[in-house]
Design a protein around this ligand. Structure first.
Ligand code: PGA
Length: 261
């Protein structure tokens, strides 16, 4: 079985300005170093606001800090008269490797449909960015359709036209678990992540299914991360609130050292 490097991704959302970002990234790097964290055992990804990215890129480069960088969204267009939009080309120029697409806050507050998400996935791939495709059901969906039907449907649309060799990451984020403190159980996360992997195998093939990382997101904390990471189809986490506190995020990154893992 192909080894999938665990991926712990911090989605800062609209938090931390570029000066706060510098202090945060330096402290996180120092904290992980002090703890003897083995670089390479876990990939650490940071998803700051757009206005921080140039600053964070410069810091990672200057201090040789081994964190991956990504945007929280991108435009489906490449350039032109689209006020307020950010092109994937701009993110790539700033050494971003990743971009989050279809986060439930974008789907909800910005009315992003599955078709918009699909167009953004194509835009990310055009610019050599790895899309972190977010899918997940609301509490109402959960009641009406169960846990997996909505995220599976969302992923099928997002993967339309994606070549089988493409690098993608999928994040299962039940909307009811985001920022609520009411995290999914490890069994729930495993169940849906396994079904999402089946979709990847079905659409992109067995190799893609083996190598693609499927993350869980929604109220992940240092106290519950290890329980998710024990599940065979959960390859990491997309962390919101807990990614803004250095010690907490560092403890999440260090889940392999938690007792019982
Ligand atoms: P949360 O957010 O960790 O604060 O629940 C997760 C996310 O929205 O990615």
């Amino acid at each position: 079985m192909a080894v999938r490097t665990p991926f712990i991704a911090g989605n800062w959302k609209m938090n931390l300005d570029h000066l706060q970002a510098v202090a945060f990234v330096q402290k996180l790097h120092w904290t992980l170093k002090e703890a003897g964290h083995e670089v390479g055992s876990v990939e650490v990804g940071l998803f700051p606001p757009f206005t921080d990215i140039r600053t964070v890129q410069t810091l990672l480069d200057a201090d040789k800090i081994p964190f991956s960088l990504g945007g929280q969204d991108l435009s489906m267009k490449d350039s032109g008269a689209y006020t307020g939009e950010i092109s994937g080309a701009f993110l790539k120029k700033l050494d971003c490797g990743y971009v989050i697409i279809g986060h439930s806050e974008r789907r909800d507050y910005h009315a992003e449909t599955d078709e918009v998400v699909s167009a953004k996935v194509q835009a990310a791939l055009r610019h050599g960015l790895t899309p972190v495709i977010c899918v997940g059901e609301t509490a109402a969906d959960l009641e009406e359709f169960g846990a997996s039907a909505v995220p599976v449907g969302q992923l099928r649309v997002a993967l339309e036209g994606v070549p089988s060799a493409a690098d993608i990451v999928v994040a299962y984020e039940p909307v009811w678990a985001i920022g609520s403190g009411q995290a999914a159980t490890p069994e729930q996360a495993q169940d849906v992540c396994a079904k999402l992997r089946e979709v990847i195998v079905d659409v992109l093939g067995a190799d893609a299914g083996e190598r693609t990382r499927v993350l869980y997101g929604g109220s992940v904390k240092s106290g519950n991360i290890a329980s998710y990471m024990r599940e065979p189809d959960v390859d990491g986490a997309l962390v919101g609130g807990a990614s803004l506190v250095v010690d907490e995020f560092a403890a999440i990154v260090r889940y392999q050292k938690h007792v019982g893992v």
